[in-house]
Ligand binder design. Structure first.
Ligand code: SF4
Length: 570
C-alpha cells in the first residue's frame, strides 16, 4: 500500500493470513489499551457529508517515536463515516470490522471490542519501518473503503493522551448504552429471522454465532438490529439472515432454522443449539465473549466472570483466563458459556436453567455494573468475592441468604422445579458415604477371615498328605489372590460426586471425590497375610503403607442420546 503522494509506502504486510496473529509480551514494542490502560473504539455515522473530511487522520497524544519500549498507553480509535446508504444502525457492525481489518496488519495485534480493546505493536513492526500510529489509521481507513464500497467518506481520530481518552470514553459508553437499550424492547417471538455472524470463524472455525433480539452477540458488539443492518448493506459479508423455522423448544430457545445453520456453519460439528440454555446444547463460544459462565457443581449453581475484572480468582480457584480457555475455540461446552454483557438484561437469560435463580456468584465489579439487570429479590443472594472466595465460603453464604439453589430452583418461566436442592443431596451423600464405609470395613474383615480359613485348610492338608504341601501352598496362594482380587475389585470406597439435577446427552464434567482411606483395611489385611506367610511378624500397631508406582486411572463417562447407553473409558 502506498502512503499517498510524497509519503513513504506502508512498511508492513497487510493480509488476512495475519488474522489471529499474537504479539507476545517479549515481542511487544508497546501495548495500547488492554488490562493496564483505558481504551475504546467507536464508529460514528454522520448524516451530512461535510462533517467528514475524507482521508484525514488526527493523532492526539504521543506517537510511537515518543513511546517507551515495553510500556502501556491509553488508546482510542474514533472513525467518522459518511455514505448515502450508511445508516446509524450500521455503527456497531462497522466498529466490529475494525477488529477484522486491523488484524490483517502484520505485527499489529487487535483484541476485543468497544471499551475493552487491547492492542500490541511488535518490535519487528518497528524494525520494519513503522513510525507512526497515523500509518496504522491510514491503512485501516484504506481497508474499510476498499472492502465496504458504500463508505464514501471516512476520517480517523486516534488518541493516546490518557486524560483525553478518559474524557471521551464516557461519550463512547453513552453511545454503546443507547444502542443496547434500543434492542431491549424486541423479542425472539417478534421476528421471523435471526442473524448469523461468521467474523470469528477465521480463528474458531466451528463457531456459530446466532444473534437474536433476546440474545446479543457474545462479543457484545452487535445487537439484532445491527446484524440486520449489516446483512442488508453487505449481503456477501459476515452477517446473513437465519430463517427461524419451527420452534422446537420455546424455553430452551431451539429452532429448526438455527439447527440447520449450526450444521452448515460448524461444518457438521454441531447439529443443534439452544439459545437460552446453559447445560443443554448451549451456544458455541469463540474467544471474544465479554463474560464467561461456569457451573459450580458443589452448590449446583452458576458463576460468571467478565474480561478485565479486577477480581483475579473465582470460588472454583480459576481466573478468567483459565475459564476462558475452557469455553473458547468455537466449541459447545456444557457447563461453560460465553455471553455478551447485555444478555444479562435479556428476559430469556439462561431461562432453561432457572435464569437468575441459578446464579450464585459474580465478581463485585461485574455485579455493580449490571445490578439493574438482576431481579430485586436476587440481588442480595448472589455472592461476590467479598462474601465468598472459595466453595466453603460460598456454601455458607448461600445457606445464610437462603438462595434458591439450596432448596431447589423453581424455573420462573414455567414454574417447574428443575433442581433438587443440596440440603437433601448433601444428606443423601452423607448417608451413602457412611454406609459405604461400613461396607468397606466388612469386606476387609471378610478378606482376613477368608485368608485365615484357607491357611487352616492348607495346614490340615499338609498333615494328611506328604504331597499336599505344594498343593496347600498353591491353594493358599490362589485362594488369597482370589479374595484379595475380589476385595479390591469391589472396594466399597466412599465416592461423592456433585451430579447436576438435570443432565443431557454429551460429555459431563463432574468433579468426583474418592476417599481411598476405605481401601486401607483391605491393604492392611493383605500386608499382614503376606508377612505371616513369609514367617515375619507384623506389629500390632498401625501399618505404614506406601503407594509405589500406584496407578490412578481417570476416564470419562459419555452419555449418548439413545438414553441408557453408557460408555466408559478408563
Ligand atoms: S463474537 Fe460472534 S458476533 Fe461477535 S464478531 Fe465474532 S462471530 Fe461476530
Amino acid at each position: 500500500m502506498s502512503g499517498g503522494e510524497g509519503e513513504e509506502p506502508f512498511p508492513l504486510d497487510i493480509n488476512p493470513m495475519y488474522e489471529g496473529e499474537r504479539v507476545r509480551k517479549e515481542q511487544m514494542f508497546v501495548e495500547l489499551g488492554g488490562p493496564k490502560k483505558p481504551g475504546f473504539e467507536l464508529v460514528i455515522c454522520e448524516e451530512e457529508p461535510e462533517n467528514v473530511s475524507d482521508g484525514k487522520v488526527t493523532l492526539i497524544g504521543p506517537d510511537l517515536s515518543e513511546m517507551q519500549e515495553g510500556e502501556s498507553y491509553a488508546y482510542a480509535m474514533i472513525y467518522k463515516v459518511y455514505g448515502k446508504e450508511v445508516e446509524k444502525d450500521l455503527e456497531a457492525v462497522l466498529e466490529r470490522r475494525n477488529h477484522e481489518f486491523q488484524s490483517y496488519i502484520q505485527g499489529y495485534m487487535h483484541l476485543n471490542q468497544r471499551a475493552d480493546i487491547w492492542v500490541r505493536i511488535s518490535k519487528d513492526a518497528i524494525r520494519k519501518g513503522l513510525k507512526s500510529l497515523k500509518q496504522i489509521a491510514k491503512a485501516t481507513v484504506m481497508l474499510y473503503k476498499s472492502e465496504l464500497p458504500f463508505i464514501e467518506k471516512m476520517e480517523a481520530i486516534y488518541i493516546t493522551d490518557e486524560d483525553e481518552v478518559l474524557r471521551r470514553i464516557k461519550e463512547a459508553e453513552a453511545v454503546y448504552k443507547a444502542r443496547d437499550e434500543k434492542a431491549r424492547g424486541l423479542h425472539d417471538e417478534d421476528v421471523d429471522e435471526f442473524y448469523q455472524c461468521t467474523l470469528c470463524q477465521s480463528f474458531a472455525p466451528t463457531n456459530v454465532c446466532v444473534i437474536t433480539p433476546d440474545r446479543v452477540a457474545l462479543c457484545g458488539a452487535m445487537t439484532w438490529f445491527d446484524a440486520r443492518a449489516s446483512a442488508r448493506i453487505d449481503p456477501e459479508g459476515p452477517n446473513a439472515p437465519i430463517p427461524k423455522g419451527e420452534c422446537i423448544d420455546p424455553i430452551g430457545g431451539e429452532y429448526t432454522g438455527v439447527n440447520e445453520a449450526a450444521v452448515r456453519l460448524s461444518g457438521g460439528a454441531y447439529n443443534s443449539i439452544k439459545l437460552h440454555s446453559f447445560f443443554e446444547k448451549p451456544h458455541t463460544s469463540c474467544g471474544c465473549f465479554e463474560v464467561a459462565g461456569f457451573y459450580i457443581p458443589e452448590v449446583d449453581g452458576i458463576g460468571w466472570i467478565h474480561r478485565g475484572s479486577k477480581v483475579t480468582e473465582t470460588p472454583i480457584g480459576l481466573p478468567f483466563s483459565t475459564i476462558a480457555a475452557s469455553v473458547g475455540g468455537g466449541r459447545q461446552v456444557e457447563g461453560f458459556l460465553g455471553i455478551g454483557i447485555q444478555y444479562f438484561y435479556s428476559e430469556k437469560f439462561i431461562q432453561a436453567d432457572g435464569g437468575w435463580r441459578r446464579v450464585v456468584w459474580m465478581p463485585s465489579d461485574l455485579k455493580e455494573k449490571i445490578i439493574d439487570a438482576i431481579p430485586e429479590e436476587m440481588r442480595d443472594k448472589i455472592a461476590t468475592e467479598k462474601e465468598a472466595r472459595n466453595i466453603e465460603e460460598l456454601k455458607e453464604f448461600l445457606r445464610k441468604v437462603n438462595h434458591p439453589v439450596v432448596k431447589g430452583v423453581i424455573r420462573p418461566v414455567d414454574g417447574v422445579k428443575i433442581t433438587e436442592g443440596w440440603g437433601e443431596v448433601a444428606e443423601e451423600a452423607a448417608v451413602e458415604a457412611a454406609a459405604e464405609e461400613v461396607a468397606a470395613k466388612e469386606v476387609a474383615e471378610e478378606a482376613v477371615k477368608g485368608a485365615v480359613a484357607t491357611e487352616k485348610r492348607a495346614e490340615e492338608a499338609a498333615v494328611s498328605s506328604a504331597t499336599a504341601e505344594g498343593a496347600a501352598e498353591r491353594a493358599e496362594a490362589v485362594g488369597g489372590e482370589a479374595r484379595a482380587a475380589e476385595a479390591l475389585a469391589k472396594p466399597a470406597v466412599p465416592v461423592t460426586a456433585a451430579v447436576p439435577a438435570s443432565v443431557s446427552a454429551g460429555t459431563l464434567m463432574i468433579p468426583i471425590t474418592v476417599d481411598i482411606s476405605a481401601l486401607l483395611p483391605v491393604l492392611e489385611a493383605l500386608v499382614r497375610r503376606v508377612a505371616e506367610s513369609e514367617g515375619s511378624a507384623v506389629g500390632g500397631g498401625g501399618l505404614k503403607i506406601t503407594f509405589k508406582d500406584a496407578e490412578i486411572r481417570v476416564g470419562k463417562v459419555i452419555l449418548k442420546k439413545s438414553g441408557r447407553e453408557k460408555k466408559e473409558s478408563g
